[in-house]
Design a protein around this ligand. Structure first.
Ligand SMILES: NC(=O)c1ccc[n+]([C@@H]2O[C@H](COP(=O)([O-])OP(=O)(O)OC[C@H]3O[C@@H](n4cnc5c(N)ncnc54)[C@H](O)[C@@H]3O)[C@@H](O)[C@H]2O)c1
Length: 457
């Protein structure tokens, strides 16, 4: 076994093992990001093993059942690399890690109910690696982490058993992932990536490996913490800008100004970067990334007030959705109690099957607390049960019973629905939180319409 081992700190050694395809790769965490990553390494001809604690996922993968149906392009790659025996999955981390040269960590970094970042998957695996990593391996953390996490926590966890010494017989770096769910194949082959290593040599080695697999631009940073700072800065930039537009849109609504028209024209200015208002900001990245930076700030003893305010604004958008609905019901002299409300779209963003931190959950709960009877429809979740409710198979069939429809996610499918469909409702109330419906068409059909941020001038 030992003479198979590539010394991952030796540039020429790594280059040779890439070219001879003898570099052995292990990806720990084969979820939304980790599985496509593992498939990319396997596709380039490198023997790749995926490790996950989710037994069902591992079993399904080994039975050739592709788990990421909403990631176009990967199913063929999956079938191909399984056929060629270049990829398999396991729950046994020890075997997989000890027989690999390169270990990628694509583990979840969620937050708890108090919005405190939870790095337990990484710290658990860090301690395991301390016992099982074979000498001269390279670990690359792809998960989104706070600047300083590698330097202040991960290295000491991995050194705990006393077997390993950083820069002596184990090496670490980061390559934070930037891909968008639903577009991962495109993003992996187009978006530049950030690289940061424990030293310059490791940064160069990671760059060479990623260039070989993904052939995208690699941006070399001076260290791990700077690379992670960039990743968080770009995502938190979005969270804050969405909050800015959300706040403005509440005022524009009052002033009879249509935010969508404002943004359409604002886009014409060369340095304006458009962000859209909506029912809230969810997903596995933006809200968590803001709380990660707030956590970093707390530790550093500084206050990041813009991020704090932005989070507050984005988290109160569901309340505004309720307010718009109450207002429309009031116009029809309908009580909220026992009103039947159809939520259209439960994913946190358009065109993906993903409900992580989706504002839909909060909105549904608020309607239920007010006594409404909530139905949900989302083409990505048809016939399944989500948030304790059965997802309707066909929204048109249920419209005649509905008192209000609330569009929470701007799926492309919803843009194709003719406005006349909503005239079949029991009460014609349509709340659009994502700019899917043109208010003029709704008006023409005598629909009581409320668009988030869309004042009627
Ligand atoms: N999903 C995204 O849009 C996205 C985009 C960019 C970056 N990221 C970051 O990538 C990282 C991974 O995110 P994801 O969306 O792929 O998460 P995910 O939940 O889809 O996948 C994580 C996988 O890790 C497994 N896992 C958890 N603990 C484990 C352990 N101790 N040992 C082995 N496996 C374990 C889980 O079972 C799961 O399959 C996160 O840091 C996230 O912030 C995600």
């Amino acid at each position: 076994m030992s003479d198979l081992k590539t010394n991952m700190s030796n540039f020429e050694d790594v280059k040779k093992s890439l070219n001879s395809k003898s570099l052995r790769v292990c990806v720990v965490g084969i979820g939304r990001i980790g599985l496509p990553t593992a498939l990319s390494f396997a596709k380039s001809g490198l023997q790749t093993i995926g490790v996950d604690i989710n037994e069902k996922l591992v079993e399904d993968i080994n039975l050739k059942k592709f788990p990421l149906k909403d990631e176009p392009g990967y199913e063929d790659i999956f079938n191909d690399v399984l056929e060629k025996k270049l990829f398999s999955a396991t729950t046994k981390i020890e075997e997989a890690v000890s027989s690999s040269d390169l270990i990628l960590l694509s583990l979840p970094t969620p937050m708890d109910e108090n919005n405190i970042p939870d790095y337990s998957a990484l710290t658990t695996v860090g301690l395991q690696l301390s016992e099982i990593l074979s000498p001269n391996s390279l670990v690359i953390v792809e998960s989104t982490i706070e600047p300083g996490f590698i330097e202040n926590e991960m290295i000491s966890l991995m050194s705990k058993s006393g077997r390993l010494k950083i820069e002596d017989n184990f090496f670490i770096g980061v390559c934070p992932e930037n891909a968008n769910p639903g577009e991962i194949l495109h993003d992996f082959t187009h978006l530049p990536r950030l690289v940061g290593g424990i030293n310059k040599n490791i940064t160069k080695i990671i760059t060479m490996i990623y260039k070989y697999i993904f052939s995208v631009d690699l941006i070399e940073m001076e260290n791990c913490k700077t690379a992670n700072a960039v990743k968080l800065t770009t995502n938190v930039f979005r969270d804050i800008n969405i909050a800015f537009i959300n706040e403005l849109s509440l005022m524009f609504e009052k002033l009879g100004i249509d935010t969508m028209k404002v943004l359409e024209a604002a886009k014409a200015k060369y340095n304006f970067q458009v962000h859209y208002p909506g029912a809230g900001v969810g997903g596995p990245c933006l809200p968590i990334n803001s709380y990660q930076l707030l956590n970093t700030a707390r530790r550093a003893g500084v206050k990041l007030s813009i991020i704090e305010s932005g989070r507050k604004i984005n988290e109160t958008m569901p309340d505004h959705v309720i307010k718009l609905t109450l207002d429309a019901l009031h116009e029809c002299k309908k009580p909220i109690e026992k009103s039947k409300i159809l939520i259209m779209g439960i994913s946190y963003k358009p065109n993906v099957k993903d409900i992580q931190l989706s504002p839909a959950k909060d909105i549904i709960k608020k309607f239920q607390n007010l006594g409404s009877i909530v139905h949900i429809y989302d083409p990505f979740f048809s016939s399944t049960e989500v948030f304790g409710l059965k997802v309707e198979d066909n929204f048109e069939n249920i419209l005649p019973e509905m008192d209000a429809v609330v569009i929470v996610t701007g799926h492309d499918d919803f843009k194709k629905i003719p406005i006349t469909s909503f005239t079949k409702m029991k009460t014609r109330i349509l709340i659009d939180t994502r700019g899917v419906i043109d208010p003029i068409y709704a008006k023409k059909e005598n629909i009581i319409f409320r668009g988030l941020g869309r004042g009627n001038s």
